[in-house]
Design a binder for this molecule. Structure first.
Ligand code: ADP
Ligand code: ZN
Length: 217
């Protein structure tokens, strides 16, 4: 299965993708995680990427596409993958068409008020990137990752100001891509989140059921 997981920031893409990965034995390619790794490096690329990410802006397409190509080359042949955070522009979607044939778009819909509440209370594992929330998705031990024992931190772009910009960027630059996949008759799996406390397992079960109907699991 080659899938895209698609939705606004804070819609649960990373959270669900990491759970789907365990159930479906696919690779997850999360662009945001890859950029956060690159930003840790004290390299010219790291500094360049940081300038965009910290303002809630998109990293330029040429950089993103090159990074994606390198990552895709590491997926063992025959293994499926879920792309999280790519494509984010029409140009990226057109480039992807030339690289891989996508079987399904997993679309997450979430109202803005939930996004803001979730992102401002979100925490990430410094070591493995797992996502937590100090109110709605607590780790067993405060500040410590359940999976790997890593330290949890708050992303520098998870501040009220930057969150607003990221939502705006999604509406303007990313959401129009849905039309691209509609026109190409790629099947969609929809999950609508209406409650702040919806546990990830509920979403994941619903997504798995829909994928099964499409014979993708
Ligand atoms: P979100 O929680 O907003 O979905 P991500 O972790 O996926 O966040 O991405 C964080 C940031 O990384 C984005 O705001 C953007 O600056 C950059 N980024 C991630 N993917 C892309 C992409 N495909 N194109 C351009 N920039 C990207
Ligand atoms: Zn961890």
């Amino acid at each position: 299965m080659k899938a895209l997981i698609f939705g606004p920031p804070g819609s649960g893409k990373g959270t669900y993708a990491s759970r789907l990965q365990a159930k479906l034995a696919v690779d997850v390619i999360a662009m945001g995680d890859i950029f956060r790794e690159i930003m840790k490096e004290d390299s010219p690329l790291g500094k360049r990427v940081k300038g965009f990410v910290e303002k809630g802006l998109l990293v330029p397409d040429d950089v993103v596409v090159e990074v994606l190509r390198q990552r895709l080359a590491k997926v063992s042949s025959g293994k499926g993958f879920i792309l999280d955070g790519f494509p984010r522009t029409i140009e990226q979607a057109e480039t992807l068409d030339k690289i891989a044939k996508i079987d399904v778009v997993i679309l997450l819909t979430v109202p803005d008020w939930i996004i803001v509440e979730r992102l401002s209370t979100r925490r990430i594992c410094r070591k493995c990137g797992e996502v937590y929330n100090v109110r709605y998705l607590k780790p067993k031990v405060e500040g410590v990752c359940d999976k790997c024992g890593g330290e949890l931190y708050q992303r520098s772009d998870d501040t009220a100001e930057v969150i607003k910009d990221r939502i705006r960027v999604y509406e303007r630059q990313t959401k129009p891509i849905l039309q691209h996949y509609n026109e190409r008759r790629i099947p969609f799996v929809d999950f609508k989140c209406e409650k702040l406390e919806t546990p990830p397992e509920v979403a994941v079960e619903s997504i798995l059921k829909e994928l099964k109907k499409l014979n993708l699991t």
